[in-house]
Design a binder for this molecule. Structure first.
Ligand code: FE2
Length: 431
């Protein structure tokens, strides 16, 4: 790690978005080098500006904090307040947290849990309730964020998690006198919300414990995971040895938001005479590398998670295909649709045989075996592809490498193209 350049840091950034945290073992990273690496990943945050953080005497750089169980070595009692993502006391939570283990104690792990899965574990009733709740910082009551929001880079669901003393009294959206306002929850109600989140987190069976060895370097994509310093981290150095962690953070780039980047195109062509809307999830899913994208069943699930009445798009006529072409061409990538191609040029929408297709002249070709699902190329011609998506056995050609409609041979990831009856979209769209 110690001689990485910007190009390498850009790749690490993407890997950290994709895997959510990375651990590099056996590293030798002096403090100034950690600050340099941090600055390559984004804008390094001044650790000394963190509210509630004690002053440090032995500090090398404002962008570095020393966390320890020994007051001679660093600050005590950090990260044990409750499960949290870092930067919960400011408007734009940190993008990355970097923890370098200089000295390892026994029983001093950092525990890490992924947040999308915690959000996914909520029941419909729990989600409906929590969607209205806003987090309030326990250190600064002007810091308010939606509890459930979209990860700014991965675009998947995440949770603004900062439990225990990191939380103040939460707010709840309420419709009153025809307007929407935020009403403060009681301490008990806030505790109920925190207990609910913690119970999901503990029962998910997804906690990773990083039992440090000296030289471990952890990079967390902060809004994609929650973490906590394990209970043994504060045991006396005489009992478990000295624990010394060098911490730095990369500033966040945006305020947590529920907003998603999706444009709908709607029409009333047959057979959807009451209106049907099609949209791409290209900017709402995150595939950091070519070759890593969803299978057709997972892409279907992506549409349903986005809107429970949505599915991969159905395209029943040339009019629909033309409408879709304008969406896909703008995105420049192939997209899954809901069609299957069990044999020959046949198209099925579920059990029902279709009467329209827009195959590229060379398709369907069952290339390399059985290709029983259908994708639209970047210019809306149809291609067959295995429903399982990426060809994991062929690392060099995991995504489809095809001479696309423009005559250019390229390897491209496939994104979900979703469709939803217009009556389930509560937005005004002119047809
Ligand atoms: Fe932390």
């Amino acid at each position: 790690m110690s001689d990485i350049d910007q190009k390498c840091a850009d790749k690490i950034r993407l890997e950290a978005f994709m895997h959510r945290f990375l651990v590099f073992r056996g590293q030798d990273i002096p403090g100034e080098e950690q600050v340099r690496i941090t600055s390559l990943l984004g804008s390094a945050h001044e650790e000394t500006s963190t509210p509630g953080r004690e002053k440090q005497n032995n500090i090398l750089d404002k962008r570095l904090a020393f966390l320890s169980n020994d007051p001679k070595e660093g600050l005590l009692g950090n990260g044990v307040e409750g499960w949290h993502s870092d930067g919960n006391t400011i408007d734009t939570p940190h993008l990355f947290t970097l923890l370098y283990c200089k000295k390892a104690s026994r029983l001093g792990p950092t525990l890490i849990v992924p947040l999308k899965e915690i959000s996914d574990a909520l029941s419909e009733d729990e989600r409906n309730y929590l969607e209205k709740i806003h987090f309030v910082s326990g250190f600064n009551s002007s810091i308010v964020h939606p509890l459930l929001y979209k990860h700014p880079h991965r675009n998947d669901d995440t949770v603004f998690l900062a439990l225990g003393s990191l939380s103040g009294q939460y707010l709840m959206e309420s419709e009153e006198d025809g307007g929407r306002k935020l009403v403060q929850l009681s301490k008990d109600e806030t505790q109920y919300v925190m207990d609910l989140l913690e119970s999901k987190l503990l029962s998910a069976n997804l906690i990773f414990a990083l039992n440090y060895k000296p030289g471990d370097f952890l990079i967390m994509n902060n809004q994609a995971v929650a973490h906590i310093a394990g209970p043994g981290t504060q045991l006396p150095p005489e009992v478990v040895g000295v624990r010394l962690i060098h911490r730095s953070t990369v500033q966040g780039e945006s305020k947590p938001s529920k907003e998603v980047k999706v444009n709908y195109k709607c029409a009333k062509f047959s057979p959807f005479d009451e209106g049907y809307c099609i949209f791409s999830l290209k900017d709402s899913v995150f595939y950091p590398r070519v070759g890593y994208f969803d299978s057709q069943p997972v892409a279907r699930q992506r549409c349903k998670s986005f809107n429970k009445f949505a599915d991969l798009a159905a395209i029943h006529s040339e009019e629909w295909n033309d409408l879709v072409k304008s969406i896909i061409t703008e995105k420049g990538h192939p997209h899954w649709i809901n069609a299957s191609n069990p044999q020959g040029t046949d198209i099925f929408w579920g059990e029902e045989k279709g009467h329209f297709a827009n195959w590229d002249p060379e398709q369907p070709n069952d290339h390399g075996g059985y290709e029983d699902c259908v994708v639209l190329g970047p210019f809306a011609k149809w291609y067959d592809l295995p429903c399982s998506g990426p060809k994991l056995h062929d690392k060099a050609n995991m995504a489809p490498v095809i001479v696309w409609e423009d005559g250019i041979r390229k390897m491209l990831n496939v994104y979900p193209l979703c469709g939803v009856p217009q009556k389930h979209l509560h937005i005004d769209i002119d047809l």
